[in-house]
Design a binder for this molecule. Structure first.
Ligand code: PFF
Length: 458
């Protein structure tokens, strides 16, 4: 495929919305609250925000540079910028991560479809908190239903991917993102007016510094990468469709702010309700699915609200699965010279297999574990906490070592037509701070720093 014949996003708003669409998804509304809950609340939030600012933002700008500069997919981009080098391994890491994330993400996305159906049939009303928890557990550990929903979700993603970049992705994102935002604000207000709401707010915003451990830091970093869709070439792929006029710095800043805002809103929506209904904040992946129906139950026209919310959540998930699928499809299509239809079919088939295994690993295959984790948790752990930060670290190394600063600056300022006030600060963070910090967090988690300290202190 020649560069000229590649699709581009239509409007300026479309670019930002589609990229926000990739970033905002289950990561913000499902994964973020349960990570906060499992990792001690506000202390996690603090580290998360630091990771977003000092690691996430520089990596995102760097991915935008790579994508738009090369006009290629996640793996091809590295071959284009640094031919005959091994850097395209970053892209392969990304393509593999896309498959693995879709393997568990589609399962959770499928759960949102079940909840839409339950809202329509009225089975979400008049239940106690314990009944909601029990019903979710019965459903998610079952066999046929969750697999069927996973299949339907993958099929929806597949259809949009095959219909082409511009039409499908852009049209979908434009309408849904603002709607999701509005409904989150409404749900926050409802949640904040519940009994004991202040306990949830304190959990979310009052840090207990003694809770900060190496595993909390790794989780926060992983969540930052996962939520911003960075470290795996997704934003390289998307920005390869950006036009030459797109302001990359501003787009990165807007996406980061919106993504963080949605996660914060999700936290404010969930935690007051968690404390009000006596749900354990450490409940894990089921947290949102057992908390929210209780909130809707406290609202007049609760079923209608839950219907609207889960439709929007499903759509937010869809704009993220589209972006993940596109990483893998664009790679297969461009590097293996296949038609879009065939490439997409191959990718969808692979995801379905992973999706079935990870869904069953929550129920009848629970006893089969990898490093003590179910297949579902394993996919989540390896991608968010290892592959994405590792990819981000390599992306920074790559641009820091292989790209002339002048070329970098020219791309990020649209050949000098816009200013980049903080270019030197950005370059410093991208070259040194981000890769070193990510490396240190890995070493710390592996216990290597403690080990070296022990040797020095002996
Ligand atoms: N950022 C998405 C979310 O928060 O739901 C998930 C995701 C999409 C991760 C695309 C990685 C990615 F490349």
């Amino acid at each position: 495929m020649t560069h000229e014949s590649r699709a581009t996003f239509g409007s300026k708003l479309g670019v930002v919305l589609a990229t926000v669409g990739s970033a905002v998804g289950l990561g913000n509304i499902w994964r973020f609250p349960y990570m906060v809950g499992e990792n001690g609340g506000a202390a996690f939030l603090l580290i998360y925000v630091l990771c977003i600012l000092f690691l996430g933002l520089p990596v995102m700008i760097t991915e935008f540079f790579i994508g738009r500069h090369s006009h290629r997919n996640a793996a091809g981009a590295f071959k284009e910028i640094a031919p005959d080098s091994k850097w395209s391994v970053i892209g392969y890491n990304g393509v593999l991560a896309a498959f693995m994330i879709l393997g568990f993400y589609s399962v959770v996305a499928g759960w949102t479809l079940e909840y839409i159906l339950q809202a329509v049939t009225g089975s979400l009303s008049n239940k106690s908190a314990a009944e909601f928890a029990n019903d979710f557990s019965v459903f998610s550990t079952g066999i046929i239903k969750p697999i069927l929903w996973t299949f339907i979700f993958i099929a929806l993603t597949h259809i949009i991917i095959v219909s082409g970049v511009k039409k499908g992705i852009e049209r979908a994102s434009k309408v849904m993102m603002p709607m999701l935002f509005i409904i989150l604000v409404i749900l926050c207000v409802r949640s904040l007016t519940l009994d004991n709401a202040e306990k949830g707010i304190s959990f979310l915003f009052n840090p207990d510094f003694s809770k900060i451990t190496s595993s909390v830091i790794l989780s926060a970093m992983g969540q930052a990468f996962f939520s911003l869709s960075i470290g795996m070439g997704c934003l390289i792929t998307y920005s390869s469709y950006f036009s030459k006029a797109t302001n990359l710095q501003r787009t990165a800043l807007e996406v980061t702010i919106l993504d963080t805002l949605v996660a914060l809103l999700a936290g404010v929506m969930i935690f007051p309700a968690v404390f009000s209904f006596n749900i354990q904040p450490t409940a894990g992946p089921e947290l949102v699915f057992i908390t929210l129906p209780n909130v809707f139950g406290q609202m007049s026209l609760g079923s209608l609200w839950s219907f609207i919310f889960f439709v929007l959540l499903a759509l937010a998930a869809l704009t993220s699965t589209i972006s993940l699928h596109e990483v893998a499809t664009a790679y297969v299509l461009e590097e293996h010279k296949m038609s879009r239809r065939k490439a997409a079919l191959l990718v969808s088939g692979g995801i379905l297999v992973l999706g079935i295994i990870s869904s069953l690993s929550l129920g009848i295959w629970k006893q089969y574990t990898i490093f003590g984790l179910t297949f579902f948790d394993f996919l989540d752990y390896v991608t968010a906490k290892i592959m994405l930060p590792f990819g981000g670290m390599l992306i920074c190394f790559f641009v820091g070592r292989r790209v002339d600063k002048k070329i970098l600056k020219a791309e990020l300022t649209n050949e000098g037509s816009i200013t980049f006030h903080f270019f030197n600060t950005y370059a410093f963070f991208m070259r040194y701070v981000a890769p070193i910090a990510i490396g240190l967090i890995f070493l710390n988690e592996l216990g290597i720093i403690k080990w070296i300290n022990g040797i020095i202190l002996q």
